[in-house]
Design a binder for this molecule. Structure first.
Ligand code: BES
Ligand code: MN
Ligand code: ZN
Length: 505
């Protein structure tokens, strides 16, 4: 990963001062090509080129469009970049998060930029707008290039030096404050992305656990359970998945205690299959490399705990991740095996490639019995079938609790990390009845995501619970204004928002 971009705050007056390396000056124009008053004053005569250039390039101030100008005489900047802010729908609101992403995109390789955060119509809530904007800049600027040894010219900042974006306002302090408030969240998303992007020879259960341990620096309690500890808890379902791998399994429990001393915690559980070959039920070779991302749920939970701790969220939160590698070898689990989960439920293994539910079964059970949380949300790249049902736009939501499902749906709308609720019920539970054990780990050809969710539900009793199937959203998702990386970091913003809006204070 390249160094994260440095964001800083300036006053608009400071933004116009000369800089030895030169810089790109960014300004905003609305649908009538109106500039902010401070921007007009700062640009002076130079502002005069904007309407003429706009006419030539048919620039109408729509969000997503830009005027890229050689900086007019009188400015120290090298380029003057004018971005449109007019919402796509008339009467709509400017999306400052997206605008941040668009600015980062339009800046391209010119990484020394000063942005006049000033508009013809000031945002209703300046602090939120500035925070969203800063977050968008950060999210779009993420790059995973640590294994590229030959940097092409394309990757080098045009004007040298460290990547540096300065956001300028009438006063610097409120902007500095807004940047500080979102930087932990941006770091959490970046962390989740990097964990998903890292190759499986480097990111395996032990090394993932070591990375989670680093959250201690932020005040998170991190407990790593090794194989003997998992044996004594009776996590045979989880251990069965890892037994064909040279890499020993781990469960990591992260605890952020930002709430009242005795307040009931909220809990997040993540599937952390660091590589899913399918095991003895081996997957086909084509595309198997993508299964390094089968720990996307665990990555999200780790990124979320990072974000909550960074912003000192007023909540007690638990993040629990089951880390295994699913490999075929002489010691591997077989189809036909029967294992007893920590809960006592016996499971017949039909397909060793349906391993995520086995890992989650034990972690869910442990979390609900050890911590009695107010709710559990689990995240898992659980089924290919969720891609068939929902594609890559929505994650599948399965829940035993309408209020929790509703809150997740609302947080999804607010953040753009959207979830779509899927049905559950006794008729689907029939699909996982086993001839020889209590349940089996696959449910047949139809409704594969639902039978997987029914399986998980067996391990949560009455705890309000929601399962997010993120096989379509955590990795290889379409790139967009906020993300260009294979690992998307999906879910960190969603769950940070869920906590912030409903469970803090
Ligand atoms: N990790 C996969 C699901 C997956 C597929 C994630 C594509 C991301 C992209 C999971 O462990 C799996 O193999 N599921 C099987 C279940 C089946 C054997 C019942 C599947 O979806 O085919
Ligand atoms: Mn699998
Ligand atoms: Zn898997």
């Amino acid at each position: 990963m390249s160094e994260p971009v440095t964001l800083g705050a300036l006053t608009i007056a400071e933004a116009l001062a000369p800089a030895p390396a030169g810089y790109v000056l960014v300004a905003f124009a609305d649908g009538a090509l109106g500039l902010g008053a401070k921007t007009s004053a700062a640009l002076g005569e130079a502002a005069g080129v904007i309407p003429r250039a706009a006419e030539i390039s048919a620039f109408k101030g729509k969000i997503g469009s830009a005027l890229d100008l050689l900086a007019p005489a009188g400015l120290d900047a090298r380029r003057l970049l004018v971005l449109g802010t007019a919402p796509e729908k008339e009467g709509g609101k400017t999306d400052y998060l997206r605008l941040g992403g668009l600015v980062a995109a339009k800046l391209g390789k010119s990484k020394n930029a000063r942005i006049l955060f000033d508009f013809a119509a000031q945002p209703e809530d300046f602090a939120t707008a500035a925070g969203d904007f800063a977050l968008g800049l950060r999210l779009r600027s993420y790059k995973f290039d640590q294994f590229k040894t030959r940097k092409t010219g394309k990757d080098e900042p045009e004007n040298g030096g460290p990547v540096d974006f300065r956001i300028a306002g009438a006063e610097a302090a409120p902007i500095a404050d807004a940047i500080a408030k979102v930087s932990g969240l941006a770091d959490g998303v970046d962390l989740a992305r990097t964990l998903v992007n890292l190759p499986p020879n480097l990111l395996y259960p032990e090394s993932f656990a070591d990375k989670a341990k680093e959250l201690e620096k932020l005040g998170v309690d991190v407990e790593i359970l090794d194989v003997p500890a998992l044996e004594s808890l009776g996590m045979r379902a989880l251990l069965g998945v890892g037994q064909g791998s040279k890499r020993p399994s781990r469960v990591v429990i992260m605890r952020w205690n930002g709430g009242a001393k005795d307040a009931q915690p909220v809990a997040f559980v993540g599937k952390g299959v660091c590589f899913d070959s399918g095991g003895v039920s081996l997957k086909p070779g084509a595309g198997m490399e993508d299964m390094k991302g089968d720990m996307g749920g665990a990555a999200c939970v780790t990124g979320l705990l990072h974000a909550l701790a960074s912003r000192k969220a007023a909540v007690n939160a638990i993040g629990a991740i089951g880390l295994v590698e699913n490999m075929p070898d002489g010691a591997a689990q077989r189809p036909g095996d029967i294992v007893a989960a920590m809960s006592g439920t016996t499971i017949e293994i039909i397909n060793t490639d349906a391993e995520g539910r086995l890992v989650l079964a034990d972690v869910l059970w442990h979390v609900q019995s050890a911590f009695k949380p107010a709710f559990i949300v689990d995240l898992a790249t659980l089924t290919g079938a969720i891609l068939v049902a929902l594609g890559q736009e929505y994650a599948g939501l399965f829940s035993n609790n309408d209020q929790l499902a509703q809150r997740l749906t609302e947080a999804g709308t607010q953040t753009g990390e959207k979830v779509w609720r899927m049905p559950m019920g006794p008729a689907y539970e029939k699909m996982i009845e086993s001839k020889f054990a209590d349940i089996k780990n696959t449910g047949g050809r139809h409704a594969g995501s639902i039978s997987a969710a029914q399986f998980l539900q067996r391990f949560v009793n009455d705890t309000p619970w929601a399962h997010l199937d993120i096989a379509g959203t955590a990795m290889s998702s379409p790139t967009g204004d906020l993300n260009q990386s294979w690992g998307s970091g999906w879910g960190v913003r969603l769950l940070d928002r869920l906590v912030k809006d409903y469970y803090e204070g």
